[in-house]
Design a binder for this molecule. Structure first.
Ligand SMILES: C[S@@+](CC[C@H](N)C(=O)[O-])C[C@H]1O[C@@H](n2cnc3c(N)ncnc32)[C@H](O)[C@@H]1O
Length: 259
C-alpha cells in the first residue's frame, strides 16, 4: 500500500527510523498512520520498529516494575527488564541514533532539537509508565531525557508520537512543498504570520488588502512585520532571542501590522 506523494524523491536506502520501546505496542503507529506521517511511512520515507517491553519481564507474569527503594507511591520500571528490551530495540541501529527517554524531567523539545533529530539516522525512544524508569538503566544506556512540555502524561507513548510527527514532516520528500516548513513558526525564530484564504469577505471580515495586491515583495514585507508583531505580543522571549540573533534592536514596540 505504497502511496505516491507529490515531489517525492526515491526513498533513501536506510530511511530515518524510530525504534520505540513501550508496554503498549498497540498504541503504534496510532495517529502516525494518518495524514502526512502515515503516507510517508507507507512510502518508506521513514520506518518504525516497536518493541514490546512485556516479554522481557521477569517471572511467570513477566513483571516489569517494582516499588521504589526508599518508599513512596507508585512503581518503577526495573533496570534488568529495560536493559534486555533496550538491547533488542537497539539491534542494528546506526551509531548516530539518538537514544532518548521521554520524561517530564528532560530537556524541552523545541524546533531546533527536532531539526537536530531529523539530521540523524533515527531515534530510539523509551516510553516510561508508572513513576518512571530506574535511574541506573538511564545512566547505563546513556539515554537523553526529553520532555514535550511542563505537564505530566500517564505514559511516554504520546510524547514519542509528538516527537516522531515533528521530525517526520522535516524529512526529505514528506511535505508536498519541500520549503513549506521554512515558513513555519520557530523555523526562523519567529511565530508565523496570520493566514487567510477564500472567501475574501467572510461575513464582513475581509482579507488584508495587501495580500490581494500580487506584489510579492510587499506581501513578504507585510508577513515579516506581522510575524514580528505577533511574536512580540505572544512570545516576547522568542522575539528577544530573534532580535539578538539578527543583531537588531526593537524599534517598533507597540506597532501593529498594517492591514
Ligand atoms: C506518570 S509519568 C511519570 C512522571 C514522573 N514520576 C515524574 O514526576 O517526573 C510516566 C511516564 O510518562 C512519560 N511522560 C510524562 N510526562 C511527560 C512529558 N511531559 N514529556 C515526555 N514524557 C512524559 C514518561 O515516559 C514517564 O516515565
Amino acid at each position: 500500500m505504497t502511496e505516491k506523494m507529490p515531489n517525492q524523491p526515491s526513498p533513501p536506502s536506510q530511511p530515518w527510523m524510530a525504534s520505540v520501546l513501550t508496554l503498549f505496542p498497540d498504541m503504534f503507529p496510532g495517529p502516525l498512520a494518518q495524514s502526512l506521517a502515515g503516507k510517508a511511512l507507507a512510502a518508506g520515507l521513514w520506518s518504525l520498529k516497536v518493541t514490546d517491553i512485556r516479554p522481557y519481564g521477569v517471572g511467570v507474569h513477566h513483571k516489569v516494575d517494582d516499588p521504589p527503594f526508599g518508599g513512596g507511591p507508585g512503581m518503577v520500571m526495573r533496570p534488568d527488564v529495560m536493559a534486555a528490551a533496550l538491547a533488542a530495540a537497539s539491534e542494528g541501529l546506526p551509531d548516530d541514533t539518538a537514544k532518548i527517554y521521554l520524561s517530564p524531567r528532560g530537556k524541552r523539545l523545541d524546533q531546533a532539537l527536532v531539526r537536530e533529530l531529523a539530521s540523524r539516522s533515527g531515534v530510539l525512544l523509551v516510553c516510561g509508565r508508572y513513576e518512571g524508569v530506574d535511574q541506573r538503566v538511564i545512566d547505563a544506556a546513556d539515554l537523553t531525557e526529553i520532555s514535550i512540555g511542563d505537564y505530566v502524561l500517564s505514559g511516554g507513548e504520546m510524547a514519542a508520537q509528538v516527537l516522531i510527527d515533528a521530525v517526520v514532516r522535516l524529512l526529505d520528500g514528506v511535505m508536498g512543498n519541500p520549503i513549506a516548513h521554512q515558513q513555519d513558526s520557530f523555523e526562523n525564530g519567529l511565530l508565523e504570520h496570520p493566514l487567510y484564504t477564500h472567501p475574501r469577505d467572510w461575513g464582513g471580515k475581509v482579507v488584508p488588502e495587501i495580500l490581494l495586491s500580487g506584489d510579492h515583495g510587499r506581501i513578504a514585507k507585510w508577513r515579516h512585520e506581522a510575524a514580528i508583531a505577533l511574536t512580540r505580543e505572544r512570545r516576547p522571549d522568542l522575539l528577544e532571542k530573534w532580535l539578538k540573533s539578527e543583531g537588531k534592536e526593537d524599534h517598533s514596540k507597540g506597532k501593529k501590522p498594517t492591514k
